[in-house]
Design a protein around this ligand. Sequence first.
Ligand code: PLP
Length: 401
Amino acid sequence: MNPPFIYLDNNATTPVDPRVLEAMLPYFTDIPGNAASRNHPYGWKAKEAVDTARQQIADLLSVEEKELVFTSGATEAINLALKGIYENYSRKGKHIITLQTEHKAVLDTCKRLEKIGAEVTYLPVKEDGLLDIELLKANIRPDTILVSVLWANNETGIIQPMKDIGQICQEAGVFLMSDATQAVGKIPVSPKDVGVHLMAFSAHKMYGPKGMGALYVSQRQPKIKIPAQIDGGGHENGMRSGTLNVPSIVGFGKAAVIAKAEMQKDAERLQKLRDQFESKILNGLEEVKINGEQSTRLPHVSNLSFRFIKGETLMARFSEKLGVSSGSACTSATLEPSHVLQAMGLNDYWAHGALRFSLGRFTKVEEIEQASKIVINGVKHLRELSPIWELFKDGVEVDDL
Ligand code: PLP
């Protein structure tokens, strides 16, 4: 993109860090080996590089290398975890608990499992976006085998109380899986410390390459065995067959090393920028809501609702200059408001007016200044065209839709 373009959609994907790219390049060209080739130096070097990367990622998460399974991304890791647990443990029980605010990768996998006999409870969240711990406790049944909770929400950045959730699951003797795709590399994440047994995450959300992810599968007691969803040569301890993507695994490892070293500094800087952005918007506009403001949020995420505006319309106005995301699932002809914001109790009016701004390692101060101006001007302009806004300003009671 040409320079004036401002990218605030880092929760969708992060640019590859140049240091990551540099680490990856030799494995496309100079060292093109297959990590499973045991008979020549190309193979040995590829295997060594994969081992090193696995160690680097394990270090970031304080887990053991043998507990990581490389996949093509978080979606595959989530499928592997949920389908695998169901396949192996459904003799014990067929009940799974998850949240209404999960990513589609979890929700749609659960829907698939329902078709083959699973019973899934989709728990609501409180207005602050957090899971009610007592509600979780009350919903665990003797036949519950798994609880699946999104560590940090992709739309709002809201961080769930994983330690409390882990304790409840431990007391009840059920597995806890977490989709930590937006949390890993951004905030300290250690599945062992909070009692998470399975955890999915992705390289392209932490300045690594796309098409690369991993599943953490605890090998402490209880030792978890999950069957592969992709069969073949028995790679990754038989849990995920297919030739390993060596350059991307190397990039994933490098991204983990950088995250470990720079996470705190990045988070502090981005939180400051995010807070500046939010206060500029709140000072420049009326009728704006910060979604999830009361909860602990990822430091780089801001989900804002602009009353009397459609997020998509606003976004379309500035999409050439500023890249953000709307909370809506724009995949269907009818634009549904975000299921996450609806689950938090926002009415359609506020939910339709939501946009997600996600900052990243390469976001600059002047971009935040510029982005806030673009947003404020865009909202003001659209409201000037809105008859409802005019009525509202004239003091007419405008019912929310
Ligand atoms: N889970 C969450 C919370 C996400 O934000 C995403 C990506 O948007 C995914 C899962 C899917 O990740 P991947 O693109 O690596 O399959």
